[in-house]
Design a protein around this ligand. Sequence first.
Ligand SMILES: *[C@@H]1O[C@H](CO)[C@@H](O)[C@H](O)[C@H]1NC(C)=O
Ligand SMILES: *[C@@H]1O[C@H](CO)[C@@H](O)[C@H](O)[C@H]1NC(C)=O
Length: 710
Amino acid sequence: MAPSLPPKPPHAHRAALAFLSLALLFFFLLYLSLTPSPLPSPPPSSRNAPADSLSDPHRLFLSLSPGANASIAGHLRALTLRPHLAGTPSAAHAASYVLVHLRSAGLRTLVADYYPLLSYPASASLALLRPDGALLRPLSLAEPADPEAAAVPPYHAYSPSGAAMAPGVYINYGREEDYRALDRLGVDVKGCVVIVRRGGGYRGAVVVRAAARGAVAVLMFKAADRGGVERGTVLLGGVGDPLTPGWAAPAADEGGGERLDADEEEVRRRFPKIPSMPVAEAVAMEILRTLGGPPMPPAWRDKLPLVEESGVGPGPTLINLTYQEDKKLAKIQNVFGVIRGSEEPDRYVILGNHRDAWTFGAVDPNSGTAALLDVARRYGSLLRSGWRPRRTIILCSWDAEEFGMIGSTEWVEQNLGKLTSKAVTYLNVDCAVQGDGFFAGATPQLDKLLLQVTKQIQDPDLEGRTVYDSWVASNEGISKIERLARADSDFSAFLHHAGVPSVDLYYGEAFAGYHTAFDSYKWMIEHGDPSFHRHVAIAELWGLLGLRLADDPVLPFDYLSYSSQLHEYAATLITLLDGGRSVHPLNASVDELTAAIREVLEEGKKLQVVETSEEFAALRIRAFNDRLMLAERGFLEAEGLRGKQRFKHMVYSPPEDSESKMLFFPGIADAISRAGKHAGKGTQLGVHHEIWRVARAIRRVAATLRGELI
Ligand SMILES: *[C@@H]1O[C@H](CO)[C@@H](O)[C@H](O)[C@H]1NC(C)=O
Ligand SMILES: *[C@@H]1O[C@H](CO)[C@@H](O)[C@H](O)[C@H]1NC(C)=O
């Protein structure tokens, strides 16, 4: 099933090929002279909705769907034959597979190598001891679902090495409210090993909360794991290589570039202070069943195979745990396919997906990689039909995302100046398919385009409906577009650091095999997407979004959606704060933004009908587009969020407090939670200052849209 690599034409055949190409070109030109359409009319697509509003190349793109599912399946099979953890030899196979297929599609390819600090497990052990310290029984750290141990053993990347021999305490999800419940039970986790189930937010934040309360180690499990154990990173304090904060990691493991020392404070604060390990649910239950102490609150037992008498601990049994980390510089590779724009080669539309996986990666991320290669195949066909995008299109295959978005972040840091002045949009797909139902996230000026494009793509599961129809139906009439305040995929550096408008697309909400050995091709063909039509839908949505952004003369950005979203945020904030007085600067700036957007809309309408023969028409459109493109950058504050200076986006960076319910205005959200923890005048002023920072950012956006100085 694996697509074989295209054979290189032997030299002897070159002349014949050249002749054939000339003959084809001749017939093509003849054809063009006989038809009014500038491109061959695509055959009617069987699966896609009427596409009357699309240009010919865009219709041709959608007409290339028959057979796409089989070719995507072939790519996925080939990419998932073996695990390909970043920095390991099999990761290099996956990189060259993607490179070869981007090149054979007809794209110019590039590779960017880096040597960041990655983290692997060297050894680990776990045992349950009697209260007197004698061995009760050893506990397995292996993953039952991976009997051949083909994948890396379950571990937490960047967990420090350590050993602990201490009583265990069960802390439910390890959230603030769970610790408050423990306080009420009179249980202190100080000096204990905590056992926690997944669901309390980012795993690194769970470890930090446990360490802050004096726990000495963390064992993490996922309820109903069916034999898979969830690997993951616990890297703290943002994204990217811990040794090169703010600049790109060197392309060699020694010399040639600057790195911080691993024992500098700025590096050490990226790692938790206590070791943590993922364990199978069955192993966690073996421990929990031996715990005494106060009985567990009933909700803490929910969905777990435990009896009513179970206690939360501590002890009386002891947990003996050791973990040895192997932290080292390792080679990672970002692979790119580039199509140079014909009219605006210095404007970039960027499509990206990561390639590295914890295990086989059929869902995470190679469903997205297979879709990316299908987009490349279709773009290649368009190129051969004579199409050139107006703006440059860059397809990116990132490495080491699983460790902390490292490949994409290093590249953004390396190209920051170019991206902030020239990047139009970043379109991300991580797990293309992890189940059913379409999901999308976007910065709001892209909402309208996203809706338009979903109306043009056939629903992969229901004949005669579009993706839009099903999406709206599943959200009771409102198509719910998520916002991108999470730092859990490769859009983070683009949006939160460089202020590039971004989109994220996927099928399926969650998937039980996440980061386990169940994330295999077998799972995909049995459960995820047996006929690969959801993959095809993602490739069509992603590729068509890319085409519209690369080809539309006036950028399809609608900022009204942004200002109404900001109005909603301000209204929510009023309910959280002192009846709204302090929110006034924010409301005033949103009103100003709305006024600016209305002017821009009028101007845009006039530009739509500008005759290209008019003097300076192209330049006027270009200047207008630049204002639309650069407006998002106005949300960046140069000094960034307090304590996290590389998160600069004042609306959509992730808040410090991973339990925060406010997924916008992260600076304000953090100031509010600080004020909640330490009441006082100073903290109130902190909230006020953050409100002003956001208000100033919004005014900058308004001024950029108007093209005026302030
Ligand atoms: C705890 O585990 C370590 C590593 O397996 C072992 O060397 C040590 O003897 C154990 N301690 C006890 C008290 O069993
Ligand atoms: C592709 O789709 C067709 C039509 O639904 C189906 O018959 C075929 O099995 C699919 N191919 C793969 C590889 O899933």
